[in-house]
Design a protein around this ligand. Structure first.
Ligand code: ZN
Length: 336
């Protein structure tokens, strides 16, 4: 994903304000207040297995750099489809499409859609992108070579595959229907070309599959597996779906993973959730690492050759995977 120019400006403005005041970024005060009022017991929720999620990331990375039109990309799409089809209680659909890249190539894409309990009308949509960036433009060397994208591409996909496996083997089932979209062609973009990132979510948003699909809300995972990650509350998510941000962050704190989910606001970024929000009106939030050590919004590894298995932390996978699993298992049935 990318920072747009004005958002980069906003980012530095915010950082500037923060450093002038020498305080941490805005902290919300609603969390503890609301938790005190409605401390409902949690519904039975299966355990998220971080070792399995890690393995799913390793298997993707083992294909190599999974950039569009490459052999590794083709193999990885097949791998995700076959893995999902091997799970019980799930139906899989593939949306094939082509899209023009900012540099004039025609890219072949596949959005992969997995559905649980299709008869339930009240649905939650989970998403991640599975393609990886064809350039290491933020690196100091080999900038024209593709990156492995263990975190940027691999992590969200690995966590979703593990949630899919968990749903398929658990006796306990959520009261809501769950869909997952593994978006393609997210990361073949150029920061100076509008709408050049997120080609898969743009295609899906304009050509929904299943047709007439809607969901109560959505959660996007991107760069969700680096060691010691901090998932601040991303600005666009806060603007468009503040209640969902609040729900997810409170759950993380409630189940003991609050260290990864600070109640801090971060700038808005362009990622697949923006297009899902704009094109389908499904309020989708983005759980994405926010780092002030790297470039702009992202960690130092972002769009470099350091985005490999060495930076992936199982504790982070557990924090994100267990939080999302708890959120979906604690959605109440509401008569549909
Ligand atoms: Zn990226």
């Amino acid at each position: 994903m990318s920072l747009t120019i004005h958002k980069i400006f906003l980012f530095f403005l915010i950082i500037g304000l923060v450093s002038c005041n020498n305080t941490s970024t805005t902290e919300t005060t609603t969390s503890t207040e609301t938790n005190k009022v409605q401390d409902k017991p949690l519904l039975p929720t299966p355990s998220f297995n971080q070792d399995s999620a890690y393995h799913y990331i390793e298997e993707q990375v083992a294909f190599g750099a999974r950039y569009p039109n490459s052999e590794a990309h083709q193999k990885t799409g097949d791998y995700i489809i076959n893995k999902l089809k091997s799970f019980d209680k799930i139906s899989v659909q593939v949306q094939n499409f082509t899209a023009a890249s900012f540099d004039g190539k025609m890219l072949s894409g596949r959005n992969i859609i997995a559905s649980f309990n299709p008869e339930i009308k009240r649905r939650v949509l989970l998403a991640a992108h599975w393609d990886t960036r064809p350039f290491a433009d933020q690196d100091e060397e080999r900038t024209d070579e593709p990156i492995l994208g263990a975190n940027d591409g691999g992590s969200g996909t690995g966590i979703l595959l593990e949630i899919a496996r968990t749903l398929s083997v658990s006796q306990e089932q959520p009261q809501v229907g769950i869909d997952m979209i593994f978006f393609d062609l997210e990361d073949y973009g150029d920061n100076n070309t509008p709408n050049s990132y997120c080609l898969g979510s743009q295609h899906w948003g304009k050509n929904k599959m299943p047709a007439n699909y809607s969901a109560y809300y959505g959660i996007l995972l991107d760069m969700a597996g680096a060691k010691n990650a901090q998932f601040a509350q991303e600005g666009y998510s806060l603007q468009t779906a503040p209640a969902i941000v609040s729900k997810v962050w409170k759950m993380a704190h409630k189940i003991g993973h609050g260290a990864y989910f600070p109640f801090k606001e971060a700038p808005a970024i362009t990622d697949d959730h923006v297009y899902v929000n704009q094109l389908t009106n499904i309020p989708m939030i983005d759980i994405i690492e926010y780092s002030t050590e790297g470039k702009g919004y992202f960690g130092k590894y972002w769009h470099t050759h350091d985005d490999n298995m060495d930076i992936i932390g199982k504790e982070t996978l557990k924090a994100v995977g267990q939080t999302v699993t708890h959120v979906i298992y604690n959605e109440e049935y509401q008569g549909q």
